[in-house]
Design a protein around this ligand. Structure first.
Ligand code: IMP
Length: 197
């Protein structure tokens, strides 16, 4: 069964392919020109479904085999920032670069005079296909710090430390992050769904 990924985020796609090893995962932008999807949902779940449905609508007409469109909407939720950046994680700083977004979280914590806060990552994974639309969630709990560490991963990985670990996600290799991450947890559930649908 082919899985078409509704994302052109290369680093996210690498992680998803690593996790869904037994599936053929193709980025939609390798099949049709990438197009803008307005993520105006009010939750990770709404945005994941918006992305998967938008790609499904465009791809449906050109496919002659069974397929699912998979999307991932994810972000960081920081307790001391009242849940920010949350669903705005990808565009928290406006400009949208990973470094600027991460720096904004650090600056906001420093403005409050604190150097760490409880936080979690959330991933909503949605699949859309001829058998319907489904969405599941995965979470990774821990804390954020104000001194970035590590070179691996992407986004907020250099400031996130998973519960019971002392290194950041960016200091872990791909394999280790992929057994702890919110994305791994939600994709575990997606794999169960795909087996039974
Ligand atoms: P999305 O592509 O709209 O789902 O944006 C998700 C944003 O949340 C990314 O741009 C990252 O900034 C952040 N994010 C999501 N998952 C991770 C992760 O595993 N590590 C670090 N940052 C993440």
């Amino acid at each position: 069964m082919k899985i078409i990924l509704a994302s052109s985020n290369v680093k996210k796609a690498v992680e998803i392919r690593d996790i869904l090893k037994t599936f053929e995962v193709v980025c939609y932008s390798d099949m049709i020109p990438a197009f803008e999807i307005v993520e105006n949902g009010k939750s990770f779940q709404e945005n994941a479904l918006i992305k998967a449905k938008a790609v499904y609508a465009k791809i449906q007409g050109i496919m002659n085999e069974s397929f699912w469109v998979l999307s991932d909407d994810s972000g960081l939720v920081v307790d001391a920032l009242g849940g920010e950046p949350g669903i705005f994680s990808a565009r928290y700083s406006g400009e949208g670069s990973d470094v600027a977004n991460l720096q904004k979280v650090i600056s906001k914590l420093q403005e409050k005079g604190i150097n760490e806060s409880r936080a979690y990552f959330c991933a909503a994974s949605a699949i859309v296909g001829e058998k319907g639309d489904y969405c599941v969630h995965g979470f990774a709990y821990g804390k954020v710090i104000t001194t970035p560490r590590g070179q691996h991963g992407f986004g907020y990985d250099p400031i996130f430390i998973h519960t019971n670990h002392s290194v950041t996600f960016a200091e872990m290799d791909r394999l280790q992050k992929n057994t702890l991450s919110h994305r791994f947890k939600s994709l575990e559930l997606i794999q169960i769904l795909l087996r039974y649908l």
